[in-house]
Design a protein around this ligand. Structure first.
Ligand SMILES: N[C@@H](CCC(=O)N[C@@H](CS)C(=O)NCC(=O)O)C(=O)O
Length: 203
């Protein structure tokens, strides 16, 4: 299988951590691509009409997207402990954690595009403030429910790691830790995992 990805993409990182945690990284070749919301990369949009990464190209030619779908597919290929819990309250907790972290990331990626890509004269402060508020509220919610991230790593934890890692990568002066020490120490502990260390976001 091939994974269309970028070393800068936090959503692709979810899949990259996931395959490492499952021990199937050897079955997934990582292929670097460049994507931008203001231009079309035919190699990507030919597989995912939305033009976004990650995209998983299966050996039978089927392209899977987006990151939650790819992770759930990869989890269906093995019989060991599932990173996406199959049923019960554990499933809804993990999927909700994923939705929250992915939503934080959506806001952070949009904020990045707005502040780094959009011509300065066209930037809209209220819109920037709106995305920043979503990030702050999401972080507060994750911190309030930090206990639910304890225990075995699930897709909820993987997504949370990627969201926090992206904030550190793109918003270096944003201090999300001081007011949320328990979340900061959870993240510090997770950052020592081999799967996390080997996928640190970089340009
Ligand atoms: N919901 C998608 C989001 C993917 C996404 O936003 N990827 C970004 C890169 S981190 C992208 O491809 N941006 C290009 C664009 O918006 O055209 C997922 O979970 O995979």
């Amino acid at each position: 299988m091939k994974l269309l990805m970028s070393p800068m993409s936090p959503f692709a990182r979810k899949v990259r951590i996931f395959v490492r945690e499952l021990g199937v990284a050897g079955q997934v070749e990582e292929v670097n691509v460049t994507v931008m919301p203001i231009s079309v990369n035919p190699d990507v949009s030919g597989r995912n009409p939305l033009g976004k990464i990650p995209v998983l190209l299966r050996d039978d030619g089927v392209a899977l997207y987006d990151s939650p779908v790819i992770c759930e597919y990869l989890d269906s290929l093995h019989e060991e402990r599932k990173l996406v819990p199959a049923m019960g309250e554990a499933r809804w907790t993990a999927l909700r954690q994923q939705a929250l972290a992915d939503g934080l990331l959506d806001a952070a990626v949009l904020l990045r595009y707005e502040t780094a890509m959009r011509p300065e004269l066209l930037r809209w402060d209220k819109w920037i403030d709106g995305q920043q508020a979503k990030i702050d509220f999401a972080l507060d919610a994750i911190a309030r429910e930090i206990k639910a991230l304890d225990g075995d790593l699930t897709i909820g934890g993987v997504s949370t790691i990627c969201a926090l890692g992206y904030l550190d990568f793109r918003f270096t002066s944003y201090d999300w830790r001081s007011a949320r020490p328990a979340l900061a120490s959870w993240y510090a502990a997770q950052s020592e995992r081999e799967s996390v260390l080997s996928t640190v976001l970089h340009a």
